[in-house]
Design a protein around this ligand. Structure first.
Ligand SMILES: [Zn+2]
Length: 290
């Protein structure tokens, strides 16, 4: 599942590939891609629009259009945005594509079909933080702070953890309305680096642990970007290439292997419904309450 580094990699590549191009037509091959907007209406709104920028917000690829609107793409589990210099053989997992006026194309492929696209006001993506999402409201309106932005300071993190003091730290890191862009893999790697057990409550973290977590989050995310993201099953960048970050995982998907720091056996548990990996020696379990 693409997280911040994977989406950032795609957005950076697409920036060099699609900015300045004009949409000739949009075609949907899976009706839910543009849901709840009908694909025909969606296509009319995109037609003739010039692309002015590509960026990332949380785990969304944001393709800015002329006129303060943006096409946002949620890749979810298996979505891929693939740029093509020319028309290519139909991919059985193609769910939508944009043909540009100059003959190039952007394909949205998605084996599991959870990925979605929407056209939104560009300003709707900014400034929202830690607002509780209401049922039925699209996620992009409730994205929290960007962990690689200047706003994400140790002080911000420590106040955030105080406000959510009873939550277990790992599910809290995955909550996109608090910190945007972190998913299962990078949360696991950051907690290992910071030597914090995934079940510790946010309120139990000491100041030195919060500072370590802040450093670890930024470190693993930046490393993920440097390695072009992590490819496990489906992630590919905009050129169709795999990332290399999967070779750098310290504990993720390494149950039974020695912890690279202390040699103890990496454990697999389930926290908040998600498979989790940690070192039982470096990341001490919270003490049970009497
Ligand atoms: Zn260890």
């Amino acid at each position: 599942m693409p997280e911040l580094p994977e989406v950032e990699t795609i957005a950076r590549q697409l920036r060099g590939l699609v900015v300045g191009r004009t949409v000739k037509r949009f075609r949907s091959l899976w009706h839910r891609v543009t849901e709840p907007e009908p694909a025909a209406l969606f296509a009319r709104r995109l037609s003739g629009r010039r692309i002015t920028g590509v960026r990332r917000r949380g785990k969304f690829v944001v393709i800015d259009l002329e006129g303060d609107e943006a096409l946002i793409v949620s890749l979810r589990m298996t979505g891929q945005l693939l740029f093509h210099e020319e028309a290519v053989r139909a991919n059985p997992h193609r769910r939508a594509h944009i043909d540009f006026a100059d003959g190039t194309a952007l394909e949205f492929a998605d084996t599991r079909k959870f990925g979605r696209m929407a056209i939104v006001e560009a300003s709707a993506l900014e400034g929202s933080t830690e607002r509780r999402r209401r049922v039925g409201e699209p996620l992009h309106r409730y994205l929290g702070v960007e962990p690689l932005s200047r706003r994400f300071t140790v002080r911000w993190l420590s106040e955030f953890l105080k406000r959510r003091s009873r939550s277990a730290i790992k599910p809290l890191l995955l909550d996109q309305t608090g910190i945007a862009g972190i998913g299962n893999i990078y949360a696991i790697e950051a907690l290992w680096r910071a030597k914090i057990h995934p079940l510790r409550t946010a309120g139990s973290l000491r100041a030195d642990e919060i500072a370590r977590l802040h450093e670890a989050l930024r470190w693993v995310l930046q490393k993920g970007i440097r390695y072009g993201g992590a490819s496990r099953r489906d992630y590919r960048d905009a050129r169709g290439a795999e990332g290399r970050m999967q070779q750098e995982f310290q504990v993720y998907d390494r149950a039974g292997e020695p912890c690279p720091r202390c040699g103890a056996e990496v454990a697999r548990t389930v926290v908040g419904g998600r498979g989790t990996f940690h070192c039982p020696k470096c990341q001490r379990a919270p003490r049970a309450r009497a």
